[in-house]
Design a protein around this ligand. Structure first.
Ligand code: ATP
Ligand code: MG
Length: 443
């Protein structure tokens, strides 16, 4: 690897003190693949205290695991002492770490051969102790050493194999995949947060289909996402050429091609899972009434299980709930404004991305459908002065004191007034609103 003058200067300091500095893991892998890398992990034989004593400014980023951040000539470098991981008692997180002085030991505890490349920062020489370079060339994900042992040590590595397959478009080597099949049940011991991290990254990768395929073949999908696994038994029945599972994967791929954020991609993958629970046969027609609301609840359960943030969960659920509506130019302006209010201004673009991905993935569409007309009308509504929130009403609670009681009743009347104004902006006049409030109270 070529070494920049800054890195060489950093490495010189290690050298002067009798230590070595290596770049390791993803950055070396990505360099060999000719891809840009977003994070650089360094590793060294120096102990954390020794690293700290060599530099004026350091941060104890993950001192327990041996990681120190060194601030040097305007750059910041995460440097971790060579380590092995102690007893793996229950295929969970390693119980403890031991610092060691040999690079070989450090590389041996890593997950896959392609992730166990190191580069000496002094001269850029690439160190390849596990044939990672040939696996990189052949597009193979292969566990280091005995895959059964490695997955028993840490079951998350099975999800990581699927995630790297999705990230790089690589296939999983036969023995490694067999070990995943044999040990799939161990995934139940892994924390939901760690699974979520790998799964979201899989979904957000360039080749999500390959990662999902690895999850299917290993049996991880059936264990972790039975809702998704079930969709393969739902046929297209004239709405789609493919079965439902294939439609969901095509939707995810379409969302990727549209450059959608991960929440839209998750919604694309899950948007029709409600069909498994709502499918009914009506003569020669198949129906899926309310699959969007049933699917929303299923997706909420999945996102909750994965301990996703409330914000991500609510967005995915909203997109799924709202993905179905059929726009027609006959919609009133009031309907357009109600949609804006229901979905929220800030979510509209993403909802349209999901709808477009869904359409792109629908190979049996009877006619050209598009949201373009609706988008234009939304733009017009947003730039008009039409009221969309309570703030936009020409009166507030204070104006209604004397007509309406403070408290929940006030809230109720104000939202009725807002509804009226969303339907007919002409009624957003102080006098009209006061009159209407009196009328509501009289009833
Ligand atoms: P990315 O660019 O996608 O982040 P990465 O290779 O940097 O890829 P990380 O998850 O950030 O992946 O992990 C950094 C390195 O740490 C890996 O390359 C691997 O060598 C090692 N590693 C991470 N997690 C594990 C694990 N569970 N078991 C063994 N080694 C691991
Ligand atoms: Mg990384």
């Amino acid at each position: 690897m070529t070494v920049s003058p800054e890195l060489k200067a950093l490495s010189d300091i290690f050298q002067k003190n009798g230590f070595s500095l290596y770049l390791v893991g993803g950055a070396v892998r990505d360099y060999v693949l000719g891809k840009p890398s977003h994070d650089y992990d360094f590793t060294t034989d120096a102990l954390p205290m020794e690293v700290k004593s060599m530099f004026r400014r350091t941060i104890d980023t993950g001192i327990k695991h041996g990681t120190v951040t060194v601030l040097f000539k305007g750059g910041s470098y995460e440097i971790t002492t060579f380590r092995t991981e102690g007893d793996y008692s229950d295929s969970r997180h390693p119980d403890n770490v031991c610092f060691v002085r040999s690079l070989e030991e450090d590389l041996k505890r890593r997950d896959f051969t392609i992730n166990a490349l190191a580069s000496n920062v002094q001269d850029g020489e690439i160190i390849d102790m596990h044939d990672g370079l040939s696996d990189l060339k052949n597009g193979t994900i292969r566990a280091i050493g005995n895959p059964m042992e490695r997955f028993k040590e840490d079951g998350l590595r099975m999800m990581r194999a699927a995630r790297f397959s999705a990230k790089l478009g690589f296939s999983i080597e036969g023995n490694t995949l067999s070990a995943m099949k044999a040990l799939k049940e161990n995934i139940r011991n892994i924390s939901r947060e760690r699974i979520r991290e790998e799964f979201f990254r899989l979904v957000d990768s360039p080749f999500p289909r390959m990662g999902l395929e690895a999850m299917e073949k290993s049996g991880l999908m059936e264990i972790l996402f039975p809702e998704l696994w079930e969709t393969r038994r739902i046929e297209g029945h004239g709405y789609h050429k493919e079965n439902l599972y294939e439609h969901l994967v095509l939707s995810l791929e379409a969302a990727r091609d549209l450059g959608a954020p991960v929440t839209v991609k998750l919604a694309a993958l899950f948007h029709d899972i409600g069909k498994t629970a709502t499918e009914k046969r009506d003569g020669d027609k198949w129906t899926y009434y309310h699959h969007e609301t049933v699917g929303e609840e299923m997706a909420r359960a999945i996102m909750t299980r994965l301990k996703s943030s409330n914000e991500e969960r609510d967005q995915v659920c909203l997109f799924i709930r709202e993905h179905m509506f059929l726009y027609s130019p006959l919609w009133s302006d009031g309907s357009v404004r109600r949609l804006i209010v229901r979905v929220g201004k800030e979510n509209l673009d993403n909802l349209f991305l999901l709808r477009e991905a869904d359409r792109k993935a629908t190979t049996a569409l009877p006619e050209e459908v598009s949201d373009d007309g609706l988008k234009e009308r939304i733009k017009a509504e947003l730039s008009s002065s039409a009221a969309l929130t309570l703030k936009d009403l020409k009166i507030n609670g204070k104006d209604l004191l004397g007509i309406v009681e403070k408290g929940p009743e006030m809230g109720r009347v104000l939202s009725l007034l807002l509804e009226m104004v969303i339907d007919d902006p002409g009624k957003n006049e102080r006098e009209i609103l006061l009159e209407k409030a009196r009328e509501i109270e009289k009833r």
